[in-house]
Design a protein around this ligand. Structure first.
Ligand code: BYC
Length: 477
């Protein structure tokens, strides 16, 4: 097959793609397969729309985001690494102080490939999960935002595929193909990590996902941005610039739903969930249940509380802690300990374990600190409207399937229960089939008039890229 890709124009990059024959050959096969995947699994019925999107065309801090109308299949998925740091070293683990690697160290090859594949797998998974949501968008502004998130998740897949193609030879190419073969939720060939096989059936779920799960992305990418394997570090550093917008979409999305509900409750002086629902908004109790679900499945994404994999990733210098180089310690953690929760005699207790084995838990704790701050901001909105209800994060052990809490039944307050007790209260704590039916019924059809918003969500404070809120962010043609 001969190449018909104009590399410089179609694939913006700063990896000298125009002269890299190995990479070009790999992409000649992969790029058409990617486009096939996008047409098949990308946003439903969207291929002919003109969408006001930003495209990364360079890594220059001021110039990387170019905004224009574009049809999504013509989006220029590019390959970017953050600029190199001269003299960079491996900053942690047993190889601390060695020059950072510019090629894959042979002895760490399979471990590194596994990390890159796991990261890469989440990106197309999320696009698949969100495929149908454009059909019931609450406004053109929101529709444009989900499409922006989708094309950038596509680009993040490209980022990982670049590493596989460039550094892992034949097995890298095979892994890159497999990334397009697995499908979110597929019984036979599912995505690798649990949360990426859960449906995202409505916009409340989408905003919870972008708030909670994309933020796992931020913390994992930050840890990988510390990697001693320099191309991975630099790739992730650039991905983080795009990730920030996804979390903004999530936090403001949930915030606007909360705001609209609180506003309607304050105006109507109604508090009971059933009455609130009759006013065409989502009751705060349902929002809490969605929060419980998305928070708990996302906590699982950090892996086991006690993990020898995590210890190996760290000791070898492949995956660091969140903001590793800002931490004031020996960056080897040989004698350090860390507390993890576990169940003993029917109670949640803490035990002190070697810090190296607790690195997943430590990252999870860093993450929890940040999500708590976001929940506090949502609560300020509720408080401002004089409503006594407060959203809260459930206990870390609630509804967990990975790690020390897996197999136990823990209430949002941290009480260890029997399966029967827990299941008896499940619908108080987790979205029920009836909740999903209610939310989806409210989100029938999409709002297409510029500046108009569905009743269940407040408008944003401002538009995208200095455009007004009533800008025509999507043209349907
Ligand atoms: N589901 O030693 P353990 C993002 C497996 S999100 C299913 O505790 P480890 C994004 C594990 O694979 C960020 N299986 O785990 C967000 C292992 O399997 P084996 C994605 C799971 O390896 C929104 C076994 O259980 N990036 O970017 O320390 C939209 C024992 O596990 C799960 C990354 O994850 C699970 N939740 O930690 C778009 C970074 N958890 O060995 C994008 C790369 C664990 O028995 N990944 N297992 O076959 C990693 O660093 C690690 O793989 C993990 C797991 C932190 C995920």
């Amino acid at each position: 097959m001969t190449s018909n890709i104009d590399y410089i124009d179609k694939i913006p990059n700063n990896v000298d793609l125009g002269r890299d024959r190995v990479l070009q050959r790999a992409l000649e096969h992969w790029q058409p397969a990617y486009m096939g995947w996008w047409y098949d699994m990308g946003p439903n019925e969207s291929h002919n729309y003109d969408v006001y999107l930003r495209t990364a065309i360079s890594v220059d801090p001021e110039g990387w985001a170019q905004f224009d109308y574009i049809k999504m299949p013509q989006y220029r998925w590019g390959i970017f690494l953050a600029p190199p740091t001269q003299g960079r070293e491996v900053n942690f683990g047993a190889n601390k102080g060695q020059p950072a690697w510019h090629d894959v160290p042979g002895e760490y090859r399979s471990m590194l490939r596994r990390i890159i594949v796991t990261q890469g797998d989440t990106e197309p998974a999320s696009v698949e999960q969100q495929k149908m949501l454009g059909m019931c968008a609450p406004s053109l502004y929101d529709l444009r935002n989900i499409y922006q998130v989708n094309v950038e998740e596509g680009r993040h897949l490209w980022a990982m595929v670049y590493l596989l193609h460039r550094y892992f030879g034949r097995d890298g190419r095979e892994e890159a193909e497999a990334l397009l073969d697995r499908r979110s939720g597929d019984v036979d060939n599912p995505r690798i990590l649990g949360a990426f096989n859960e449906p995202t059936p409505d916009w409340l779920a989408f905003y919870m996902f972008t708030f909670f799960t994309d933020r796992d992305g931020k913390f994992q990418l930050s840890s990988l941005a510390e990697s001693g394997f320099d191309p991975l570090a630099r790739t992730c550093r650039f991905m983080l610039t795009e990730e920030a917008h996804h979390m903004f979409v999530g936090e403001t999305g949930v915030g606007r739903i909360v705001e609209r509900t609180a506003q309607v409750m304050a105006e109507s002086h109604l508090e009971s969930p059933d009455q609130v629902r009759t006013l065409g908004v989502i009751d705060l109790q349902t929002i809490q249940r969605y929060l419980n679900f998305h928070y708990s499945v996302t906590l699982d994404l950090f892996g086991g509380d006690v993990s020898s994999n995590a210890a190996s990733y760290y000791t070898t210098g492949l995956k660091g802690r969140y903001e590793e180089t800002k931490i004031d310690d020996d960056h080897e953690l040989i004698n350090a300990t860390y507390k993890v929760g576990t169940i003993s005699n029917g109670k949640v207790v803490e035990e002190e374990i070697p810090a190296l084995n607790a690195l997943n838990e430590r990252l999870r704790d860093d993450y929890i600190g940040e999500v708590q701050a976001g929940v506090d901001r949502w609560n300020k909105v509720i408080e401002k409207h004089g409503i006594p209800f407060r959203l809260r994060l459930p206990h870390k052990g609630f509804h967990r399937e990975i790690g020390n809490y897996a197999g136990h039944h823990i209430s949002p307050d941290g009480e260890v229960m029997t399966a029967e007790q827990w299941n008896g209260r499940r619908d108080e704590w987790m979205p029920s089939a009836a909740d999903y039916t209610f939310v989806q019924a409210m989100m029938q059809g999409r709002v297409v008039e510029p500046g108009k918003f569905a009743n269940w969500i407040a408008p944003p404070r401002r538009g995208i890229h200095t455009k007004p809120i009533d800008f025509e962010y999507v043209r349907f043609n």
